[in-house]
Write a protein that binds this ligand. Structure first.
Ligand code: ADP
Ligand code: MG
Length: 619
C-alpha cells in the first residue's frame, strides 16, 4: 500500500456483526458467494443503467462480466467484476458501515433473542460482511467508472479496524480477494464454486467465468424471462426436472408474465405426484423467489395459499426492492399482491384442465384433492373458488367422479338440497341404513368417505342456492307413493313391548328407541336426537383423537323388518334375544363408522352363530 493509507475503525454495529460472523458455525457458509456475486451483478446493472445516458465512462467497451479465480495452494478466491466500481469515499461509506437492511434486522433479532444468531444468517442475507464467515482477510480493490477517479483498496481481517489506501488498478470495476480460513479451503475448489453458482446464482444476467474457462458457468437468461413462444415443451419439462430432481414429467406447467397490478414472471408446475421421491432435491414446500434474477428465497411460502403448497416453481418480480433482502420483501406490501395474482393463475389453470382434459384432471384430483378439501375447510370464504374443482363419488354413480355442478344438473325437479353421507369407505357407506329411503327413490347422494371430508364439510355448507344436508338428518324428498304394497308392520302393542326390551338392554347408550318411517331394507339406524347435532364434528373429533365418546343417539327401528318380527317370538329376556339386540346396536354403530372397537363384536357374533346352528342342524 502507498503512503495514502489510512486506518479506520468499524462502527459499533458492524463490529458486532463481524464478531457474530467470524465465530459463526453456520453450516451453509457458501451463501457468502451468493452475496458477493449479487453485489457484482448489482454493480454491473448500475453501470449498464449509467451507460444508457452517459458514454463518458472508463473502459466503455469492456465486457460486462464476472470472473472468479481460485488458488487452492494459496487458499485464495478472487471475484472480479467490470461494474460501476467505487471511489475512495464510496468504499469508506459502503464497506465501512452496514448497508444491508437485512444485516441490521439480523442484529436486532440477535440482540432480542440472545440466542445463537448464526442459524439465521442465510435467512436474513447479511450482505458483503458474510464473507467473514470464510475469510482470514479480505482485500477489495476498485476503480470507479468515473474516468478521473483513482483506484482504491480496502483491507480488513474482521477485527475492529480496516485500511483504505491508493491502488494501481487501471481497469473499471471491483476485485474482491479473499484469503480463506483454513477450514474454508473447499471454497478454493473450482468444482465446488461452480456448484454453488448453479445453486444460488445461475440466473444472474451477466456471464460468470471461472478460472481459465471461456464459457460462462451460469445460464444467464432465465427460462421464465424468455418469451413463451421461444420455449419448447421439452425445455419446460427439463427445467422442472432440474429444479426438483423429479423423475417424472410434471402434470401441468404455466408460464405467467404480467405487468399489472404487479410486474412478475412466474413459471409454476404441478407435479405428477403428491409424494416427493426419495431423491427429490426439494425437501420443503414453497416457491423459489427471485428478484431480478437473484435468488432471495429457496422455499417461499407466502406466495400461494397453503392449499396450493404442492405447486413448484419460480417467481421473479422487478417490483421487489433492488436491495435484495428477505425482510424488505416481507415488509413491502408486494407479497399479498403477488400471492393474489399467482393464486388466481393456478386456480384458472386447474379449472381449464377440468374443463378440457377430464382424465388428466382426475389424475390431479386423486393426488391433490385432499389439499383442496383442506382449503375449503380452512378458508370458508375464499374456499368458494375451490368448489368447482371438487369431485365426488355418489350412490348413483359410485365408479365415476362428479362435480357439484354435475350433481345439481341431475337433481330431481322437486329437490332443493344436496345430500351427502359420511362414512368410512365407499362400499360400506352404500350399505348404510340412512341411504334406504334415498336409494329406493333414486335420489343422488354424495359419498364422503375420506377423513378430510368431515373437515371440508365444516366449510362447505352451501353450493349455489343448495344447502348441503347429511342424509342421517334429512328427510328424503317427497315423491309420489310407489305402487308396491308396503310390508306389513308389527302390531302397535307388540312393537311397544319390543321397544321397551331394547331400552332395557341398551340403557344409557341410546337416548331413545322408536319406530322409523324411512327404513326399507335395514333393520335399524342411529339418528341424532338433536336435529342440530353435528355428525361431521363428531367425526372430526374422532380423527383428531380428542376425548372421543360414542355420541348418544336415537335408535330407530324398522317395524316391518322380519328380524324384529322373529325377535318378538323369542322368549322375552332370553340370552339370545339380548345378544341380538346388542348386535343390532353394534352393527348400527359399525355402519356409522363410529364403533370404537369393532373386533369386540366377534365373541357375540359367535354366540349368535351357535344359536342359529343349534336350531338348524339336524342331528
Ligand atoms: P447491499 O448489496 O444490500 O447494498 P452489501 O453489504 O452486500 O449490501 O454491500 C454493501 C455496499 O457495498 C453495496 O451497496 C455497494 O454500494 C457496495 N459494493 C459491494 N460490492 C460491490 C461491488 N462489487 N461493486 C461496487 N460496489 C459494491
Ligand atoms: Mg449485497
Amino acid at each position: 500500500m502507498t503512503e495514502a493509507t489510512s486506518t479506520y475503525t468499524f462502527k459499533a454495529e458492524t463490529k458486532q456483526l463481524l464478531n457474530i460472523l467470524i465465530h459463526s458455525l453456520y453450516k451453509d457458509r457458501e451463501v457468502f458467494l451468493r452475496e458477493l456475486l449479487s453485489n457484482a451483478s448489482d454493480a454491473l446493472n448500475r453501470l449498464r443503467f449509467e451507460m444508457v445516458t452517459n458514454q463518458n465512462v472508463l473502459d466503455p467497451q469492456a465486457e460486462l462480466a464476472i470472473r472468479i479465480h481460485a488458488d487452492q495452494e494459496a487458499r485464495t478466491l478472487t471475484i472480479e467484476d467490470s461494474g460501476i466500481g467505487m471511489t475512495r469515499e464510496e468504499v469508506v461509506d459502503h464497506l465501512g458501515t452496514i448497508a444491508q437492511s437485512g444485516a441490521r434486522r439480523f442484529l436486532e433479532a440477535a440482540k432480542e433473542k440472545h440466542l445463537d444468531a448464526s442459524g439465521m444468517i442465510g435467512q436474513f442475507g447479511v450482505g458483503f460482511y458474510s464473507v467473514f464467515m470464510v475469510a482470514e482477510w479480505v482485500r477489495v480493490t476498485s476503480r470507479s467508472f468515473r474516468p478521473d477517479a483513482e483506484a482504491v483498496t480496502w483491507y480488513a481481517t474482521g477485527e475492529d479496524n480496516y485500511q483504505v489506501g491508493a491502488a494501481d488498478r487501471t481497469v473499471r470495476g471491483t476485485r474482491v480477494e479473499v484469503k480463506l480460513k483454513e477450514d474454508a479451503s473447499e471454497f478454493a475448489d473450482e468444482y465446488r464454486i461452480k456448484n454453488i453458482i448453479h445453486k444460488h446464482s445461475d440466473y444472474i444476467g451477466f456471464p460468470i467465468y471461472v478460472g481459465e474457462g471461456k464459457e460462462a458457468v451460469n445460464k444467464q437468461t432465465s427460462l421464465w424471462r424468455t418469451p413463451k413462444k421461444d420455449v419448447t415443451e421439452e425445455q419446460y419439462k427439463e427445467f422442472y426436472k432440474q429444479t426438483t430432481l423429479d423423475f417424472e414429467d410434471p402434470l401441468l406447467h404455466t408460464h405467467l408474465v404480467t405487468d399489472a397490478p404487479v410486474q412478475l414472471y412466474a413459471l409454476l408446475y404441478i407435479p405428477a405426484r403428491a409424494e416427493r421421491g426419495i431423491f427429490a432435491l426439494r425437501k420443503d414446500d414453497g416457491l423459489k423467489l427471485y428478484s431480478r434474477n437473484i435468488l432471495i428465497d429457496d422455499y417461499n411460502k407466502d406466495l400461494l395459499p397453503e392449499y396450493l403448497r404442492f405447486v413448484q416453481g419460480v417467481v421473479d418480480s422487478e417490483d421487489l426492492p433492488l436491495n435484495v433482502s428477505r425482510e424488505t420483501v416481507q415488509s413491502s406490501g408486494l407479497m399479498p399482491k403477488l400471492k393474489k395474482v399467482l393464486t388466481n393463475q393456478v386456480m384458472r389453470e386447474l379449472e381449464n384442465l377440468a374443463k378440457n382434459d377430464a382424465e388428466k384432471y382426475l389424475a390431479f384430483w386423486k393426488e391433490f384433492g385432499g389439499y383442496l378439501k383442506q382449503g375449503v375447510a380452512i378458508n370458508p370464504v375464499e374456499g368458494e373458488s375451490i368448489y368447482p374443482l371438487l369431485r365426488f363419488k355418489t350412490n348413483l354413480k359410485p365408479e365415476e367422479w362428479s362435480s357439484l355442478e354435475d350433481y345439481v344438473t341431475r337433481m330431481k325437479p322437486e329437490q332443493k338440497e344436496i345430500y351427502y353421507i359420511v362414512g368410512e369407505d365407499p362400499k360400506s357407506v352404500l350399505r348404510s341404513p340412512h341411504l334406504d329411503a334415498f336409494h329406493s327413490q333414486g335420489t343422488e347422494v354424495l359419498l364422503l368417505t375420506e377423513p378430510m371430508d368431515s373437515f371440508m364439510l365444516m366449510g362447505l355448507r352451501k353450493y349455489k342456492d343448495h344447502e348441503l344436508k347429511n342424509v342421517a338428518q334429512a328427510e328424503a324428498p317427497k315423491t309420489a307413493p310407489k305402487d308396491e304394497p308396503e310390508a306389513e308392520k308389527i302390531p302397535e302393542a307388540d312393537f311397544t313391548s319390543l321397544v321397551e326390551r331394547f331400552k332395557q338392554v341398551l340403557g344409557e347408550r341410546v337416548t331413545d328407541v322408536r319406530a322409523s318411517n324411512r327404513l326399507v331394507q335395514s333393520v335399524a339406524r342411529l339418528a341424532d336426537a338433536d336435529a342440530n347435532a353435528n355428525p361431521e364434528l363428531q367425526r372430526v373429533y374422532k380423527y383428531l383423537g380428542k376425548e372421543y365418546e360414542i355420541p348418544k343417539k336415537v335408535l330407530e327401528l324398522n317395524a316391518s323388518h322380519p328380524i324384529l318380527k322373529n325377535l318378538l317370538k323369542l322368549d322375552s329376556g332370553s340370552e339370545l334375544q339380548t345378544a341380538i339386540i346388542e348386535q343390532i346396536y353394534d352393527s348400527a354403530l359399525l355402519v356409522e363408522g363410529l364403533h370404537p372397537d369393532p373386533s369386540s363384536i366377534a365373541p357375540r357374533v359367535e354366540q349368535i352363530i351357535e344359536a342359529a346352528l343349534e336350531r338348524n342342524v339336524k342331528n
